[in-house]
Design a protein around this ligand. Structure first.
Ligand SMILES: Cc1cc2nc3c(=O)[nH]c(=O)nc-3n(C[C@H](O)[C@H](O)[C@H](O)COP(=O)(O)O)c2cc1C
Length: 107
C-alpha cells in the first residue's frame, strides 16, 4: 500500500487486538493500543456493569497517555473497537473526549 497507515485500537478480550494486528501486518503499519487507566473488570458481567453507563454517555473513563501519537503523520488511520451495546467502546472515541474537554458533556 502506498499510503502511510496506522492502526489504533482498544481490545478487552483480545479479538480486536488480533484483527488490528492482522490489518497492521498487511498494511505494513504500526499499531497503538488504547488502554484504560483503570482496566474494565475481566469478569464479563462486572465489565458490563462498569461499561454500560459509559457507553450510554453518562461518564468517560480516563485512558493512559497517548502522548507521542501523532495521527497527522498518517494518510489513513484504522480505528478498532469491540462492539458494546451496538456501538464502539467509548475509550477511543475522540469526539466524546473532545466534547468533554470543552466542557460540553461526553455526548
Ligand atoms: C461489555 C460488553 C458489551 C458487548 N455488547 C455487544 C453487543 O451489543 N453486540 C454484540 O454483537 N457483541 C457485544 N459484545 C461482544 C463483543 O463485541 C465481542 O466479544 C468482541 O469480539 C470483543 O472484542 P475484544 O476481544 O477485542 O474485546 C459485548 C462485549 C462486552 C464485554
Amino acid at each position: 500500500m502506498d499510503k502511510k497507515c496506522m492502526v489504533i485500537y482498544y481490545s478487552w478480550s483480545g479479538n480486536t487486538r488480533f484483527a488490528a494486528e492482522t490489518i497492521a501486518k498487511k498494511a505494513g503499519a504500526p499499531t497503538f493500543e488504547i488502554k484504560a487507566e483503570t482496566p474494565y473488570n475481566s469478569d464479563f458481567n462486572k465489565c458490563c456493569d462498569e461499561a454500560k453507563p459509559e457507553c450510554y454517555g453518562k461518564k468517560l473513563r480516563p485512558i493512559k497517555s497517548i502522548e507521542g501519537l501523532d495521527l497527522a503523520k498518517y494518510d489513513l488511520v484504522f480505528v478498532g473497537s469491540p462492539n458494546w451495546w451496538g456501538t464502539m467502546v467509548p475509550l477511543p472515541d475522540a469526539r466524546r473526549r473532545r466534547n468533554a474537554a470543552r466542557g460540553q458533556g461526553v455526548r
